[in-house]
Design a protein around this ligand. Structure first.
Ligand SMILES: C[S@@+](CC[C@H](N)C(=O)[O-])C[C@H]1O[C@@H](n2cnc3c(N)ncnc32)[C@H](O)[C@@H]1O
Length: 239
């Protein structure tokens, strides 16, 4: 087992340590594009009313909050293993007056300790590449979805254009780890972040993982030159 793999099992502990600076560094290091990416995700929410949403690896709750602001979403539960990230998220949710609609709890995004066929939509942003068993997570996302429900994953990917890719690697390998480690005060959190990005499947490869987990009509949209990719797939209605 690679050291990167074994480290993924405990990656939430890193997030506990960087929780106080996570939001501000996120927006700084992504030049605010992460806000736009999360909004793009809302465009592919399934149709319906009073949707029950589950936001895995919810961190400080940015996606949970955007979900909670959608009219067609009735309730949001966010799960994360990092107490530090969740407690920041809960404060943000309370400040915005959304505590009735959005609840954040400790919970594993791989095993997903929630009943079968219990939610309409599952979101997972910038989390699955940190999971020890991403394919098991996809299977469990499929399991907890009601028939007709939708799984949505937003994750970093590698740009296809060689010039953009060169700039991207330079930024991810050198600038981001240096600035991130320095400002978060954590020895190598952002070096680790970069390694998990380069290591992880994207595009058709990741879409195939979703199909293997059972999802149908799997689609994906490349965002911002391929720096990130949004994937979604449906659980068919039972006949
Ligand atoms: C990069 S953050 C993403 C947070 C949030 N989704 C966002 O878009 O800002 C990754 C999150 O995954 C969480 N995490 C890592 N392993 C996990 C697991 N097995 N189950 C649930 N959360 C996990 C970490 O604690 C961290 O909050």
């Amino acid at each position: 087992m690679s050291s990167l793999h074994s480290r993924k099992k405990e990656s939430y502990k890193i997030f506990d340590q960087i929780a106080p600076t996570y939001d501000s560094l996120n927006h700084l290091l992504s030049f605010g594009i992460d806000v736009y990416w999360r909004k793009q995700m809302m465009k592919v929410l399934p149709q319906g009313e009073n949707l029950q949403a589950l936001d895995l690896a919810c961190g400080t709750g940015d996606v949970s909050i955007v979900l909670g602001r959608q009219k067609k979403v009735g309730s949001v539960e966010g799960l994360d293993l990092s107490e530090g990230m969740i407690s920041h998220g809960r404060q943000k949710i309370a400040t915005r007056g959304l505590s009735e609609k959005i609840k954040l709890e400790i919970g594993d995004g791989v095993t997903i300790p929630r009943p079968d066929k219990s939610v309409d939509v599952v979101t997972l942003t910038f989390g699955i590449r940190n999971f020890s068993d991403p394919r098991e997570s996809l299977k469990n996302i499929y399991r907890v979805l009601k028939p007709g429900g939708r799984g949505m994953v937003l994750e970093f990917s590698i740009p296809a254009n060689p010039i953009v890719r060169w700039v991207y690697f330079f930024y991810f390998r050198y600038v981001l780890p240096f600035v991130g480690n320095l400002l978060s005060g954590h020895g190598d959190a952002y070096t680790y972040l970069n390694k998990t990005v380069e290591d992880f499947p994207y595009g058709e490869h990741f879409a195939d993982w979703m199909r293997e987990a059972g999802f149908r009509d799997v689609k994906y949209r490349v965002l911002t030159f391929g720096i990130a990719t949004l994937y979604w797939g449906d659980k068919p209605v039972e006949k």
